[in-house]
Design a protein around this ligand. Structure first.
Ligand SMILES: Cc1ncc(COP(=O)(O)O)c(C=O)c1O
Length: 306
């Protein structure tokens, strides 16, 4: 929408952006880095902030799947310049739909507010017509959803504590299996909404998935660039949009390291049960110790049979 051109970067085995692959992609036109705290796991923000500082870039944190996560004691979304959080039905907390944005300075706040509220900058307090000094769109979350969001937010600490406890229990029961480990967790402040198994080969992952009735993340759905038809085909809403005419090429399998990791990765749900993330199987936040043992036993048996 802002005529910005997305440049894709490889991930590492934390399933978040690989900071060591960022600098080679930076050009004089680069304006921002967008780390996505994917599947509740915070990105390696120290290194990302170091690179951003060196090249004078904004950092926009996509915290949509990591509401409540922290990196080295700081909430995700408060480390870069802007943090975007989702509260749609699949997320740690939900208002049905909606989300919020956190910013680190007053000017960014006014701009973000104006953009979502018909260009009102300075921001207005109600429904009055004020000064629309920038071009904005109309994306206000209604007050009922806002009230639900506030109530939900009060549950966050308790939810995360329970998720972390259940995930630690399930993970402890799956240690030391042959041919499979876990993705790297960048900070223990992660959300623990999912447990990601990382197999040594894609063949092992595929065989596991067939028996478990699930799919590796590579085949899980629209969070994977290979499945983003609007990106691959550079679809826009108007022919005049820069993205439509830019010469950057997007194609399937353009990120071999990412493809290799995602073919070997399988999500087990802890609190987020979302087939779109490949997490169609696992436990939930209410699972008892006996239920967790049963799920662990099933996974162990399948892995040992491969
Ligand atoms: C990583 C990531 N970014 C952004 C979004 C968009 O969030 P929303 O649906 O609230 O607009 C999502 C939601 O699926 C997401 O998972």
């Amino acid at each position: 929408m802002m005529n910005a051109i997305p440049v894709l970067a490889e991930i590492d085995d934390s399933l978040t952006i690989d900071p060591e692959k960022i600098e080679a992609l930076i050009t004089p036109k680069t304006k921002a880095i967008i780390p996505v705290h994917m599947l509740g796991n915070p990105c390696k923000m120290d290194r990302i902030m170091e690179i951003a500082k060196k090249h004078n870039l904004y950092v926009i944190e996509d915290c949509c799947q990591a509401v409540g996560a922290s990196y080295k004691g700081k909430c995700v979304g408060t480390i870069g310049n802007i943090g975007a959080y989702s509260m749609n039905v699949f997320k740690t907390l939900s208002t049905g739909d909606g989300g919020f944005v956190g910013v680190t300075d007053e000017d960014l706040y006014e701009r973000a507010f104006g953009f979502h509220d018909q260009g009102h900058k300075p921001s207005r307090t109600g429904v009055e017509v004020g000064n629309r000094s920038i071009l904005g769109i109309n994306m206000r979350m209604n007050e009922l959803s806002g009230a639900v969001a506030l109530a939900q937010t009060r549950k966050l600490k308790g939810l995360l504590a329970t998720l972390r406890e259940k995930k630690a229990l399930l993970k402890s029961k799956l240690q030391g299996l042959p041919g499979v480990g876990f993705r790297t967790i960048n900070d223990e402040g992660e959300c623990a909404t999912l447990l990601t198994l990382l197999f040594e080969t894609k063949e092992l992952a595929a065989a596991f998935c067939e028996k478990a009735g699930t799919a590796p993340i590579a085949r899980s759905g629209w969070h994977v660039y290979n499945n983003m038809e609007q990106l691959l085909e550079k679809k826009t809403w108007t022919d005049a949009h820069v993205f439509h005419n830019c010469d950057r090429v997007y194609e399937k399998h353009m990120l071999p390291a990412t493809d290799d990791i995602l073919e070997r990765a399988v999500n087990i749900s802890i609190g987020v049960v979302d087939k779109g993330l490949g997490a169609g199987t696992g436990i939930n936040i209410l699972s008892t110790e006996e239920e967790i043992e049963k799920v662990a036993q099933n996974i162990r048996e399948i892995v040992l049979s491969l």
